[in-house]
Design a protein around this ligand. Structure first.
Ligand code: SF4
Length: 121
């Protein structure tokens, strides 16, 4: 780890962006250890993600109809909805690990669904 020209920020080389699924791994981050101030080589989406998202938990683990719910209840409801769907769509998967994406694809196979990422937006 090195420091920027002002010596105020630490530089993290070869950081990986997991936002869209392209997984760019050559990002250079400038950080004060509280937040990221600059994300060199990231695209506009990656910059927005690095500079505006934090690690703090802002939302509960699960919601049902917009209200906080036990995670097990939310999983059971999601399973019911997916099982009953005519053409289930497994969508999103940004900011998730490769292992989680693999599980999403396996789930789509199991329920004869289709997969799409938010990059189609
Ligand atoms: S959001 Fe941009 S920087 Fe991040 S992985 Fe996708 S293309 Fe790369």
């Amino acid at each position: 780890m090195s420091r920027d020209k002002t010596n105020a920020l630490e530089i993290v080389d070869h950081a990986t962006c997991t936002f869209c699924g392209c997984v760019c791994d050559d990002i250079k981050l400038h950080t004060d250890r509280q937040r990221i101030h600059k994300a060199e080589r990231a695209c506009v989406l990656g910059k927005a993600w690095f500079l505006n998202h934090t690690a703090e938990a802002k939302y509960p683990a699960a919601l049902i109809d917009g209200r906080e719910a036990p995670l097990d209840d939310a999983i059971a409801l999601a399973a019911d909805l997916l099982y009953e769907a005519d053409m289930p769509l497994v969508y999103g998967m940004s900011n998730t690990t490769c292992e989680a994406q693999r599980e999403c694809v396996a789930m789509a196979d199991t329920i004869s669904g289709i997969v799409d990422s938010h990059t189609s937006l």
